[in-house]
Ligand binder design. Structure first.
Ligand SMILES: [Zn+2]
Ligand SMILES: [Zn+2]
Length: 374
């Protein structure tokens, strides 16, 4: 028997093809958000962004807001949430504040991502001002540590809470490597001394969270890569806690974030439900990763279901005189590059769990009657 809907844990995964956000309704009716994306100024009519979604749910306060790492597809529009909602806890990737933040922003400028540097600077600048005015509690998250509930009793038993959230990654070692690699690129006047790290390097410090609701274990991987998981696993004696019921697939289904040992661990007791948010312009998810996840999950769903379909010849419209040429090109690409973002049908993956590891999935289409289905 499933519990009644109100006392369940609800996860809403949003992702229009680029960008990702997880909105969580806790069993006590409070809300939390991990990462954010925004459609404003974008052309896509077929998706709903994080702030719109929260407004339609009449949410005006968040228990927590988490920014897993400094990539634009995870923080675009997050400043709107800070400006418009009451936020109790802001969980941020570690190390980068004060001067270090300025170095970080410089790395974006060096890779011609000026607008991303400006957006990230505004967001973290506002968060820091709110912290100084005691309007916001910022936690620079490192694994492995419990971050929710926020109050703990030292030396005694922990306060009773239905939900516990642990940060599994990034480890302090990886964070220190990341910080020194970035700061070593610049002199004290923020001038470049050596080549800035590649844009993908920022995934090194992605936060990964484990949410526990009774016997239900939920893994929210951000863009955490395998190297970071390995550092985390060294710190966990009881690895069976990572036998989980739900996985938000790490880094949009890239091979850097998903391998056989990890998925064997995630599925070691029972096969979890997996949700994937693509990043189509980087041709993610990869086909071989999808195959791996299919073998180790009870159900694999995506915010853009199209990327999960088998790539049959018919899909490419190979009729007509250039069919051989088209086929040759597609064989060369091997991936999803034929899908453009505007052509995607996107929706929301809604998963609800009781506290016994039982989950139900539902795909919410975004159409005219969308507000009713929410
Ligand atoms: Zn990402
Ligand atoms: Zn990323």
């Amino acid at each position: 028997m499933m519990q009644d809907n109100q006392s369940m844990l609800h996860l809403y995964v949003l992702g229009p093809g680029v960008g990702e956000s997880i909105v969580i309704r806790l069993p006590d009716g409070k809300w939390g958000v991990i990462d954010c994306f925004c459609n404003k100024g974008g052309s896509s009519q077929s998706s709903i962004d994080t702030f719109d979604f929260l407004q339609r749910k009449h949410v005006d306060a968040l228990e927590f807001l988490c920014l897993t790492h400094p990539h634009h597809d995870h923080y675009s529009g997050m400043i709107q949430l800070l400006e418009n909602l009451r936020i109790k806890n802001f969980w941020q990737f570690p190390e980068m504040c004060g001067d270090d933040l300025l170095y970080l922003l410089q790395t974006f400028r060096q890779t011609s991502k000026e607008h991303e540097a400006t957006a990230l600077g505004s967001l973290l600048g506002l968060a820091d001002r709110m912290r100084k005015q005691k309007q916001l509690d910022i936690e620079y998250v490192r694994g492995v540590s419990q971050i929710y509930p926020t109050s703990v009793t030292i030396g005694g038993s922990s306060p009773v809470s239905e939900i516990a959230i642990w940060a599994l990654a990034p480890s302090s070692g990886i964070s220190a490597d990341y910080r020194s690699k970035i700061t070593a690129c610049f002199d004290k006047d923020y001038r470049l001394l050596s080549k800035a790290p590649r844009h993908a390097y920022h995934n090194y410090i992605s936060i990964a969270l484990l949410m526990m609701y009774g016997d239900t274990h939920i893994l929210l991987g951000g863009d955490t890569i395998i190297r970071s998981w390995k550092a985390t696993l060294q710190k966990i004696d009881n690895k069976s806690i990572l036998s989980v019921d739900f996985v938000k697939v790490g880094h949009h289904g890239s091979a850097n974030a998903n391998d056989l040992p990890l998925w064997e661990l995630f599925s070691s007791k029972r096969k979890p439900i997996a949700v994937i948010t693509p990043f189509v312009s980087s041709r993610l998810p990869r086909q071989n990763v999808l195959k791996l996840i299919r073998q180790h999950s009870s159900d694999l769903i995506s915010t853009c279901p199209e990327v999960l379909e088998p790539r049959t010849r018919e899909r490419y419209d190979l009729s007509g005189k250039n069919s051989q040429k088209k086929l040759a090109t597609l064989k060369k690409l091997k991936c999803h590059s034929y899908i453009t973002r505007s052509s995607l049908n996107t929706g929301i993956c809604h998963v609800r769990f009781d506290n016994n590891g039982h989950g139900e999935t539902e795909f919410l289409h975004i159409g005219n009657n969308f507000s009713e289905t929410l």
